[in-house]
Design a protein around this ligand. Structure first.
Ligand code: ADP
Ligand code: MG
Length: 242
């Protein structure tokens, strides 16, 4: 049963056609990683799925519902489909806990007490319950990214999108964030992940999508992609990055 179904997605910025007809169906509980050179359209694809960008053409169905042409409540939609960004996108002037309860109170209508209780369980999971009342500005990059992940989990999403969540981090804290992502994957969450962490991608992904020039050039299960990809461009890309 597919939870997310992209069909013929096109996106241009001016004359620059960045997505040239993407078809991708993602099953509930599946972990799919997007790899490919810089500029191949990975971020734009995630941003289209989250409606941060409006595709010029094509359809996206989420839980069987058309989210582009359809009449959807965007805040409710984004509560079902969370996104984690390279640069965290936290509210820097707030505390960790305030970041985590803002949307559950505003969008889901939870009481502050309920939202706090839920937030504390997720902050515990990412190893930051001791930092609930710390200002975000006082946290390290790795801690900020774990707050961003906890914040996304607080909305009880069905799908989580990650756009290079470790690319802005110091190498020594990358592992902490990947550990958190691995445990979310193990919990059965549907995840779409853009990453350059190839060992991690190989380990957690059910399928890996290699994007090139705005198209899905090759798609394979994780083992096949990393051991025996049946595509010359994917082979060359992997040879360069591995
Ligand atoms: P990737 O994430 O694979 O590196 P992107 O999706 O970020 O690729 O970018 C693909 C192309 O789209 C690039 O040429 C980039 O310059 C262009 N692009 C992305 N976002 C915008 C935007 N908001 N306005 C204009 N061009 C954009
Ligand atoms: Mg990108």
């Amino acid at each position: 049963m597919s939870i997310l179904n992209l069909s013929n997605i096109h996106k241009s910025f001016g004359q620059n056609e960045v997505l040239k007809g993407i078809d991708l169906s993602i099953a509930e509980g599946e972990v799919v990683t997007l790899i490919g050179s810089s500029g191949s359209g990975k971020s734009t694809l995630l941003r289209c799925v989250n409606l941060l960008e409006q595709p010029n053409n094509g359809t996206i169905e989420f839980e069987g519902q058309d989210i582009i042409g359809g009449d959807i409540d965007i805040d409710q939609f984004r509560s079902r489909l969370g996104m984690v960004f390279q640069h965290f996108n936290l509210f820097e002037n707030m505390t960790t806990l305030e970041n985590c309860i803002l949307a559950p109170v505003k969008v889901l209508g939870l009481s502050k007490e309920e939202a706090t209780k839920i937030a504390m369980t997720h902050l515990e999971k990412v190893g930051l319950s001791g930092f609930a009342h710390a200002k975000v500005t006082s946290l390290s990059g790795g801690q900020k990214q774990r707050v961003a992940i906890a914040r996304a989990l607080c909305m009880n999403p069905k799908v989580l999108l990650f756009d290079e969540p470790t690319s802005a981090l110091d190498p020594e804290v990358v592992g902490d964030v990947l550990d958190v992502m691995r445990s979310i994957a193990d919990s059965g969450m549907t995840m779409v992940i853009v990453t350059h962490e190839m060992a991690f991608a190989r380990e957690v992904s059910d399928r890996v999508v290699y994007m090139k020039d705005g198209q899905i050039e090759y798609i394979a299960d994780s083992e096949t992609m990393f051991t025996n990809p049946d595509n010359e461009h994917a082979q060359n890309f992997l040879r360069r990055v591995l």
